[in-house]
Write a protein that binds this ligand. Structure first.
Ligand code: SF4
Length: 252
């Protein structure tokens, strides 16, 4: 079962971010390197109550390292769908310890919802959208409930659905920060080489993008790095990065 819901610090809350705020931040930090931007965001308290949301996938270490170097107290949230590779869980523990992350927590699916909607544990095989909704989207929604902003590791080059990612966006009334939105693969590789960060143990086995175990397969040379996710389905996103429309369930 996931950790109990956190009490929301009303005293520390700030007015909801607006598109004008996102536009102003995009203008202020245009051309500013990622580390300088993160240091300014944290030291000036610009983001309000914030957290990094990480999948602890093959490229996650870069963002986590940047954030930890800027401020080790920034919380890191991991959504454990209970379908993760054991290697991912071990990698999470390695990175939290190696980077000195002071505040990490894990959210899990609601066991009551799982029992009602995925009693066989096989929903992924016939309804991956529904499975992602109860195992990823809802737990993350719970984790974000007390936040003014969140920090994502999205990168524009990852697939065709992720082009033109602004550094600051408004999503469901929160500021979403994409510090790596303009990074390309070579930037990430250079960062790994320079910092000697640990790599995800499955990467060398042909997994450039890693999600849940049942929905992740190896990627062949020349394929999109995310081609191994939900192979055989039209699905390309888990729903975490797709905004909800008022009054509707999340769309995937
Ligand atoms: S990636 Fe697969 S197993 Fe994981 S939540 Fe989505 S459908 Fe379920």
């Amino acid at each position: 079962m996931g950790e109990p819901a956190r009490k929301i610090d009303i005293i520390g809350s700030r007015p909801a971010f607006t598109q004008a705020d996102a536009d102003a931040l995009n203008a202020r930090f245009a051309g500013v390197d990622t580390m300088s931007m993160l240091r300014a965001l944290f030291s000036e308290g610009i983001l309000g109550r914030t957290a990094v949301v990480s999948s602890f996938g093959t490229e996650s270490a870069v963002l986590l390292d940047l954030v930890a170097r800027a401020d080790k107290s920034v919380p890191v949230v991991f959504v454990d769908t209970l379908k993760m590779f054991p290697e991912t869980l071990a990698y999470r523990d390695t990175l939290v310890e190696t980077l000195g992350i002071e505040n990490s927590w894990t959210v899990e699916p609601d066991p009551v919802v799982l029992a009602a909607k995925d009693g066989t544990d096989l929903r992924w095989s016939y309804d991956p959208d529904g499975c992602c909704e109860i195992r990823k989207v809802e737990p993350l929604k719970r984790a974000k409930a007390g936040l003014d902003s969140w920090i994502s590791g999205r990168k524009a080059f990852q697939s065709q659905t992720r082009q033109n990612i602004a550094r600051f966006e408004i999503e469901d009334g929160r500021l979403k920060v994409n510090p790596l939105g303009d990074w390309v693969k070579a930037d990430l590789e250079a960062y790994f080489a320079e910092t000697h960060l640990p790599r995800h143990p499955l990467e060398v086995d042909g997994y450039p993008s890693i999600g849940c175990q049942p929905c992740t397969s190896k990627v062949l040379p020349g394929e999109d790095p995310r081609a191994g996710r939900w192979r055989g389905w039209e699905k390309v996103e888990c729903g975490i990065h797709v905004p909800e429309k008022p009054g509707e369930e999340p769309v995937f």
